[in-house]
Design a protein around this ligand. Structure first.
Ligand code: URA
Length: 249
């Protein structure tokens, strides 16, 4: 369901990543922007985005009030919106047709890869990160040693972490082993700082490679190469919203 959404032309284009306000104004005066097939040259023209077709250089502009995008985060970028020195996850996606005010839902370490949800829906982000919701997150992990039965039993029982970064009690996790004893999938229900690395470190194991595979019902699309992103389908969005609106998973 969509209600009427009327915006100034320059704001609509700016919101959807077509450039800064002044860049967008220039595009409009250059005659590159049309509303319902008619060139519009004034930036303060109002456009009803639910009833009109807006285009730039002949390509339709799809205005999303809320955008939900999954990114396959590569190693080497930080989970922030902007940074003066390092490349951020937003640098990987921004551009024409991508909502300007996206933010990552939680953080992955700079060397962690995999599923990162980007959205401007602050309510969903807040709910997914709420410690009360216990949203499960599954990671693939490669270690410098074997995941033996002691590690599995310890993690599945819940464990106390006391290390240089502080103390916390990790809720019982689930471990799924693979054919290689140095690899596993771990599912955790909270998101403490460096949590997976710290849980394995408590057993003397160093995480060599970490990749998030799922967050709640959302699974990383295997067709996305590191650095690539795609919009969530409406089914994926609705499933996520339904699950976080419940008190318990
Ligand atoms: N746990 C970690 O240690 N690092 C991450 O990036 C995510 C979970």
């Amino acid at each position: 369901m969509q209600t009427t959404k009327t915006l100034r032309l320059d704001k609509a284009l700016c919101d959807m990543g077509y450039g800064t306000r002044s860049e967008v104004k220039k595009m409009i005066t250059q005659g590159r922007v049309k509303i319902d097939g008619t060139t519009v040259r004034s930036s303060d023209q109002k456009v009803d985005l639910t009833a009109s077709v807006l285009s730039v250089d002949g390509a339709e502009v799809f205005y999303n009030m809320y955008e939900y995008r999954m990114l396959n985060k590569p190693a080497g970028v930080i989970s922030a919106t902007e940074d003066p020195r390092q490349k951020t996850v937003l640098d990987l996606v921004k551009g024409s047709g991508v909502r300007k005010n996206l933010a990552p839902v939680g953080r992955l370490d700079i060397d962690t890869e995999g599923l990162l949800l980007l959205t401007n829906d602050g309510t969903l982000a807040h709910q997914m990160l709420s410690p009360k919701k216990h949203v499960p997150k599954t990671y693939f992990v490669r270690l410098d040693g074997s995941v033996g039965s002691e590690v599995i039993r310890g993690m599945e029982a819940g464990m106390q972490i006391d290390d240089a970064d502080g103390s916390f009690t990790a809720l019982p996790a689930q471990i799924q082993t693979t054919d290689l004893d140095t690899e596993a999938y771990i599912t955790i229900y909270e998101g403490k700082y460096h949590q997976v690395k710290r849980m394995f470190a408590a057993f003397g194991l160093t995480v060599k490679y970490l990749k998030r595979m799922t967050m709640g019902s959302l699974a990383l699309d295997a067709s996305l190469a590191p650095g690539e992103s795609r919009l969530l389908t409406s089914e994926e969005i609705n499933r996520l919203k339904a699950e976080v609106n419940h008190e318990h998973f």
